[in-house]
Design a binder for this molecule. Structure first.
Ligand code: SF4
Ligand code: SF4
Length: 109
């Protein structure tokens, strides 16, 4: 799932600089996430960085855009060809929410 910003967004802008992929921008009514750039922070963080800083926690998984961890890692590699990433089997709870017990226990892994 790419991450999605709901209409509860209060346009504070806190999320934009936190995204490792530059996926967040100011939209017409709320901030928005480009799903082609979002990796759900796979490769970078064990949580979605946008949701971590969002004061109203409105950065949520888009159930209509489900994606596998391996595909999200491939996107991170494609977006950052200069950077080294672990292989998918070496991802852990520091760089993949799919390995984070907090999310796995909520059925979001
Ligand atoms: S989940 Fe991560 S990659 Fe996706 S928009 Fe939020 S901060 Fe960016
Ligand atoms: S941090 Fe949350 S409320 Fe602030 S702009 Fe981003 S999505 Fe909107």
């Amino acid at each position: 799932m790419a991450t999605f910003i709901t209409d509860e967004c209060i346009n504070c802008g806190a999320c934009e600089p936190e995204c490792p992929n530059g996926a967040i921008s100011e939209g017409a009514d709320t901030y928005v996430i480009n799903p082609d750039l979002c990796t759900e922070c796979v490769g970078f963080h064990g949580d979605e960085a946008c949701q971590t800083v969002c004061p109203v926690e409105c950065c949520v998984p888009d159930a209509d855009l489900r994606e596998e961890e391996v595909d999200l890692l491939a996107r991170a590699i494609r977006l950052h060809p200069e950077q080294r990433f672990p292989g998918v089997s070496d991802l852990d709870d520091t760089n993949s929410r799919f390995r984070n017990p907090k999310w796995v226990n909520q059925g979001r892994g």
